[in-house]
Write a protein that binds this ligand. Structure first.
Ligand code: SF4
Length: 424
């Protein structure tokens, strides 16, 4: 099988770059899926009451007997109070770790309040790591809304871990990006059937399973928002395998093929392993995408998944993309998806929300993919929207989820059609 490339893809399309008011969540949101993935990690947000509220709201109704994230609330402090703040942080961490011997990795997560920015969390992580090692490793990263969009929290977290990974000379595949365990198992099973292994994962489920890296490591990303992690791994000598992201039948096949070619998997074995799951994925997409055929879609920048998803919706679900907005466009990561995305849509990077809303209203697309902050007002104006944040909380990668991925987009259109019928 070869990829059916459009005559002209979007890699060379001029990008509309905008810098203005943005409507996005902050990087603390990533803690919600990361703490589920890393089963012996604790995320301690050093922040304000707002951060604590955001975490509570994002965590929704999940009540844990022993939660694995919390907020150390810093009240207004002058510079003279910073020594106290450091001592307070050390005390809180010592208390937490004494009570929770199950914690093996502790992440100090920075936020936006100015008193947090004044605290040197990198130094605090170093200090605390030396106090609590070898039992616990302490890392730090920023989830601040000033610096990050909501998926960058995961990128910052993984990038913080890379310099501490042990060195290795083994020729191994490293799969990078958090996926629900069930999806990760499907990915590992496909790779094992192709004869590829051992395969390492970042993040790993437990600290003891963290991968080693070096010049013979080749890595494949499963999330397009991992630019800093990509750079950190490259600095360790690892080599990136560029490929479309594993969304939909085509994306998954292309992603697996890039790995199979790198590891010299015979063509017939590849066809044999992928034939049945590909057929299942195509059937599921055909069922779920009926409402999407011939419809138009407009992406506001939010999750950084926009370009691979636009590729999936246009090529596998029969939609037309009007505008594909993304917070950051990293060509090294999404270039292969841009090659496949047929020319036509405006490709925009960054945001000037009022101007973009004007373009969206003028285009009146059938479906608008956006953040929560824009979805409600747009729905009130009669537009059909899909919340981008759902895409990172729902299993959407690889063959078995391809139908569900199409279903996430067709559901709002179906609901709107039912409401229209009832109102008529
Ligand atoms: Fe905390 Fe800043 Fe996120 Fe608000 S935007 S919750 S202050 S990190």
């Amino acid at each position: 099988m070869s990829l059916d490339l459009p005559t002209i893809g979007c890699r060379t399309t001029p990008v509309l770059k905008e810098r203005g008011q943005r409507e996005v969540f902050c990087g603390l949101t990533g803690i919600i899926w990361l703490h589920r993935k890393m089963q012996d990690a604790f995320f301690l947000v050093v922040g304000s009451r707002t951060c604590a509220h955001l975490l509570q709201a994002a965590a929704g109704v999940m009540i844990f007997a022993e939660p694995r994230f919390g907020t150390a609330i810093l009240e207004e402090k002058d510079l003279a109070g910073l020594a106290d703040a450091n001592a307070e942080l050390d005390r809180e961490v010592a208390r937490l770790l004494a009570r929770r011997p199950d914690i093996k990795q502790l992440f100090l997560v920075g936020s936006c309040p100015s008193e947090v920015i004044k605290l040197d969390l990198a130094r605090a992580a170093e200090r605390l790591s030396s106090v609590h090692s070898p039992h616990v490793r302490v890392y730090n990263y920023s989830g601040s809304g000033i610096e990050t969009t909501f998926t960058q929290g995961e990128d910052a977290c993984l990038a913080a871990m890379v310099p501490t990974l042990p060195a290795s000379t083994a020729r191994e595949l490293l799969v990078v990006g958090a996926m629900p365990d069930v999806v990760e198992d499907q990915c590992l099973s496909l790779l094992a059937q192709l004869g590829i292994g051992p395969v390492r994962m970042l993040p790993a489920r437990r600290a003891g399973d963290l991968p080693a890296v070096g010049a013979n490591t080749v890595f494949a990303l499963v999330q397009p928002f991992l630019g800093d992690t990509h750079a950190a791994l490259t600095r360790r000598g690892a080599r990136h395998l560029p490929a479309p992201f594993p969304f939909g039948e085509e994306g998954t096949t292309a992603w697996l093929r890039a790995i199979a070619e790198e590891f010299g998997v015979p063509r017939d074995l590849f066809e044999q392993v992928t034939a049945a799951p590909r057929a299942r994925a195509l059937k599921a997409i055909a069922t779920q995408s009926q409402e999407l055929q011939g419809k138009s879609v407009f992406f506001f920048p939010d999750s950084q998944l926009e370009i691979p998803l636009a590729r999936f919706l246009t090529r596998e679900c029969g939609m037309t993309a009007v505008e594909v907005g993304t917070p950051y466009l990293h060509e090294g990561l999404v270039g292969p998806d841009l090659d496949l995305l047929p020319q036509g849509p405006v490709i925009s990077e960054g945001q000037d929300v009022e101007k973009q809303l004007d373009r969206q209203r003028a285009a009146a697309p059938d479906l608008t993919v956006c953040g929560l902050g824009l979805a409600n007002p747009l729905e009130a104006e009669g537009h059909t929207t899909k919340w981008a944040i759902e895409l990172v909380f729902t299993p959407v990668h690889f063959y078995e989820q391809a139908g569900d991925l199409a279903g996430l987009f067709s559901r709002p259109l179906r609901r709107k059609a039912i409401l229209r019928k009832e109102a008529a």
